[in-house]
Write a new protein. Structure first.
Length: 362
């Protein structure tokens, strides 16, 4: 049983230069894609009451309102369902956001990345700083009260001062949530072939991240997950479901889901998905050890950390004994901290979280 739903909309007018995600620029295929998406939902969705519905991309805001309506109406939801749509600011206007709100969309996540217009051009974004501000204004006028902004730190020509100014600008715009991601140049993106100059080094990126924690927490934002900050009550319920290691549907090309102890991924080729949205899934049945390791990995991403009593009862282990050497090592180095219920990463530990978490994986 799954009460949380992810829907992948893989279309973009153009790939951003840092992006290595699977996306497609032939917007003429959107109608066919939506039809196949609805076929997949009809076939596999068991009509559970949806707690969250999340449209990710790609650029979901390239869909027409009638297409959103068709997809959303495929689900069993109510006024308490958190419905999020990722937005690129140049693709929407006041009417579009008002119509989304009328459909039941009550949360948007805006791809801002930075308010520096010069850096936006360098990274291949198609919007301006002003368009982000207009998008927030239009969203509020439409009735939306839960607005998130995405930022990237470590961008070409970005200084600590510019990054701090970005965060203060966002705070002054009265948003409720911020997601922060360090720039990573992965294989398959434009920057992998044409690396720009003046990219901040790893130490500078780490300093930016620590500065973000300082700025956000001083402004009453709860640092609730490694990359996410929210005013109280505005944490992303959809993403918390991932980090709590709960089940969810994944619909659409290249989408991932987790149901009944099975993690699955959908076909990544758009045309193949459109032609057959049902049967092209890769499945991985998780072993008890897989489930335990995922619980630890995902739990440490939350700033409250892991609850060892929950883990012990859920997986019939003694966490303290099984991982004693690893725990002692990172307590001594102050990369993890003892909490009332277990352990969490320190700010220093977050910076090397991948190394720490790898130690817990067998």
């Amino acid at each position: 049983m799954a009460n949380n739903i992810y829907i992948h909309i893989p279309f973009c007018r153009q790939k951003c230069y840092y992006c290595s995600f699977i996306s497609y620029t032939d917007l003429n295929l959107i109608p066919d894609y939506v039809s196949s998406l609805c076929t997949e939902i009809k076939e596999l969705y068991k009509q559970e009451k949806a707690q969250t519905i999340y449209f990710g991309g790609g650029t979901p805001s390239l869909l027409e309102i009638k297409q959103f309506k068709r997809i959303i109406n495929s689900f069993n939801y109510n006024d308490f369902t958190e419905i999020t749509v990722e937005i690129n600011p140049e693709t929407v206007n006041r009417k579009y956001l008002t119509d989304l709100f009328k459909l039941g969309v009550n949360r948007i996540s805006i791809g801002c990345q930075t308010f520096d217009n010069n850096i936006l051009k360098i990274i291949g974004r198609k919007h301006s700083s002003q368009q982000v501000k207009d998008c927030i204004k239009f969203a509020k006028e439409a009735g939306l009260k839960n607005i998130s902004l995405d930022f990237i730190y470590g961008l070409p020509s970005q200084t600590m001062q510019k990054f701090a100014e970005d965060l203060h600008t966002a705070l002054n715009l009265g948003i409720q949530h911020i997601s922060l991601y360090g720039l990573k140049i992965d294989e398959g993106c434009y920057f992998c072939k044409q690396t720009p100059e003046n990219i901040p080094d790893n130490d500078s990126q780490a300093d930016m991240y620590l500065k973000a924690i300082e700025i956000m927490t001083q402004n009453n934002f709860n640092h609730y997950e490694i990359s996410n900050f929210a005013l109280e009550g505005f944490e992303s319920r959809h993403n918390l479901n991932y980090w709590n290691n709960n089940t969810y549907y994944g619909f659409g090309v290249a989408a991932h889901g987790y149901i009944d102890g099975i993690r699955y991924s959908n076909e990544t080729d758009l045309i193949q998905y459109i032609n057959n949205p049902i049967n092209n899934k890769e499945e991985h049945i998780l072993s008890a050890q897989d489930k335990l390791e995922e619980e630890i990995f995902l739990g440490f991403r939350r700033m409250q950390g892991i609850d060892i009593n929950l883990i012990n009862s859920k997986y019939n282990i003694d966490f303290q004994t099984q991982y004693k050497s690893i725990i002692d090592k990172y307590l001594l180095s102050e990369h993890i901290i003892k909490t009332k219920n277990g352990y969490k990463l320190s700010d220093k530990g977050i910076l090397v979280s991948n190394i720490i978490l790898a130690d817990f994986l067998q």
